[in-house]
Design a protein around this ligand. Structure first.
Ligand SMILES: Cc1cc2nc3c(=O)[nH]c(=O)nc-3n(C[C@H](O)[C@H](O)[C@H](O)COP(=O)(O)OP(=O)(O)OC[C@H]3O[C@@H](n4cnc5c(N)ncnc54)[C@H](O)[C@@H]3O)c2cc1C
Length: 369
């Protein structure tokens, strides 16, 4: 029986725990928070993420509990359509994408996780590794040896730092605001209202809830007082002023966006990094959740082989193409998002559909799993 430690219980950590829990290993998962996530905002899961959930047998329940998204609408502040993207055409499948509450997705992944020892309020202090095993000192001072460590501890991964040293993140944008609202009746698609002052995105995540993601344009990394952040969006078309009448800055989530530069590989010896710990990127293509789920499915397949000595290089090789592609295309989307509105509008009208189709095309075929 091999011993596996999973560090971090986010999408990536819970997904891999679930996939390998009945394969005859002894699995321990540590999470630095005191309990499983009880709140959070929404998540847009592009089709490759939903295909990964299908592979795990969870696609149908996610579709039932979330909101299937078949179109992306990009509109002017007055609500005039700039680009209407048919996602069934882009992904070449029915009901291709999903909006879902993060907590609901976590609960779906956690359901029937019954063969994993979980320790909350726990992290790792040190890690000593060689080809055969890795010895961990936990935050409570105890030590234990493992055959494999899976670092699923997110963008600020301690596991990554312990094997590669500090990797400075690239700051991309400051002050993105996210919150959940009652779903406006007529919003059934991914609906982006964009103007010179910024972007206001509404994504349905269930029959009665939607998720808003707002990014106010600034010079450099200037931040606003939260009480005035939404001011320009109050002039946008309905339903935005009505949404903002009810909005509370204090219950919203405020984030800076950052990117992890490419790593030499997705781990070292028998320490594998998955999800944001390996390839955290800002959500211009909204691929973070999808890639984390794909990582888990691909790694789970590789762990079916007996010899794990070269597990990190095999995993890195399997994942390299999709992750590099996504990083490059995501950076391109980041540049486009910073263009003056009038230029972006012309570009979206002329080549928006072509660009979007190209961006997602290589991801529409599943990975080798
Ligand atoms: C503003 C914003 C919007 C986004 N929107 C989308 C979207 O619409 N669609 C999408 O797919 N992606 C989106 N993403 C990206 C997505 O959130 C991440 O890619 C995804 O959550 C990665 O999952 P993960 O499990 O790898 O990491 P995380 O979700 O960060 O989970 C890591 C877990 O590890 C725990 N942990 C951390 N450090 C330690 C430690 N030292 N010891 C033990 N436990 C630890 C954390 O508490 C956490 O539970 C967005 C990101 C941001 C910032």
């Amino acid at each position: 029986m091999k011993k596996i430690l999973i560090v971090g219980g986010g999408i990536a950590g819970i997904a891999i725990a679930r996939l390998i829990q009945h394969k005859g290993h002894h699995i321990k998962l540590i999470e630095k928070q005191a309990a499983w996530q009880t709140s959070g905002t929404g998540l847009y899961l592009p089709s490759n993420g939903l295909v990964a959930l299908d592979k795990m047998g969870l696609g149908d329940i996610a579709r039932q509990k979330g909101h299937c998204i078949n179109a992306r609408h990009i509109m002017s502040p007055k609500g005039k359509m700039i680009l209407d993207l048919d996602l069934e055409k882009i992904w070449n499948r029915k009901k291709p994408c999903l909006g879902i509450h993060r907590k609901i997705l976590h609960d779906i992944l956690l359901d029937s996780l019954d063969n994993v020892i979980t320790s909350f309020d726990t992290t790792i202090n040190t890690l000593t590794h060689n080809q055969q095993f890795t010895e961990i000192e936990f935050s409570d001072g105890t030590t234990e040896k493992f055959d494999l460590i899976i670092g699923a501890d997110g963008l600020y991964s301690k596991t990554r730092e312990l094997i590669f040293g500090k990797t400075p993140l690239r700051k991309v944008t400051s002050q993105v605001c996210r919150f959940i609202i009652k779903k406006p009746l007529h919003i059934d698609s991914w609906s982006l209202y964009v103007g010179s002052s910024g972007q206001f995105l509404i994504i349905p995540i269930s029959n009665d809830q939607a998720y808003c993601y707002v990014n106010r344009k600034t010079k450099g990394f200037k931040t606003f007082n939260t009480s005035v952040y939404m001011k320009p969006f109050k002039k946008f078309t309905s339903p935005i002023p009505e949404i903002l009448d009810e909005w509370n800055p204090e219950t919203s989530y405020w984030d800076d966006l950052e990117e992890l530069p490419p790593l030499p590989s997705m781990g070292k010896n028998r320490i594998v990094l998955i999800g944001d710990a390996a390839h955290g990127m800002p959500p211009f293509m909204a691929q973070g959740g999808a890639l984390a789920l794909e990582d888990a499915v691909v790694l789970s397949k590789l762990l079916d082989t007996q010899n794990w000595d070269d597990i990190t290089s095999r995993f890195s090789e399997e994942r390299a193409n999709r992750i590099n592609w996504t990083r490059i295309r995501n950076q391109k989307r980041e540049k486009l998002s910073k263009l003056p509105f009038w230029i972006a509008k012309i570009g979206l009208k002329k080549v928006g559909e072509k660009n979007w189709t190209e961006d997602y095309k290589p991801l529409s075929d599943p990975p080798n799993w």
